[in-house]
Design a protein around this ligand. Structure first.
Ligand SMILES: [Zn+2]
Ligand SMILES: [Zn+2]
Length: 125
């Protein structure tokens, strides 16, 4: 019985992450899950997230001073950036990349990767 409940909770979290259309925090996942389930604890959400990370289904995104967000590995694997709304604390995908960043490097430096986080307010804030 308990196993069934755990499976249902796990599948709920997985489908929330899959259908979110943007990276989610643990809190946001719990909020969405509570629209479908009678109850789900933060600890359970963490466990589901940890399990999906171990299975390489999702990746974490660090947002300085805020909770980590998670996105599908299939999305993470294609180069893109993020926009953080400082009013509602939601993170959105930004498609496209300015490129040309190696021009900024001091002589002799070599860039392997870059990370760009845009901040501001989203269209609903
Ligand atoms: Zn916003
Ligand atoms: Zn880029």
């Amino acid at each position: 019985m308990k196993e069934t409940r755990n499976t249902k909770q796990f599948e709920t979290i997985r489908s929330i992450i899959t259908n979110a259309g943007r990276p989610l925090s643990i809190d946001e996942m719990q909020k969405s899950a509570l629209e479908e389930l009678d109850s789900i604890g933060l600890r359970t959400v963490y466990r589901a997230v940890r399990r999906m990370e171990e299975m390489d289904e999702i990746q974490s995104i660090k947002v300085q001073g805020r909770a980590d967000r998670y996105e599908l590995s299939s999305i993470a694997s294609s180069h893109h950036h993020h926009f953080h709304c400082t009013a509602c604390d939601r993170l959105f995908d930004i498609h496209g990349c300015p490129g040309g960043l190696s021009d900024l490097l001091p002589k002799g430096f070599q860039m392997d990767n870059h990370d760009i986080l845009l901040t501001g307010t989203c269209d609903t804030c």
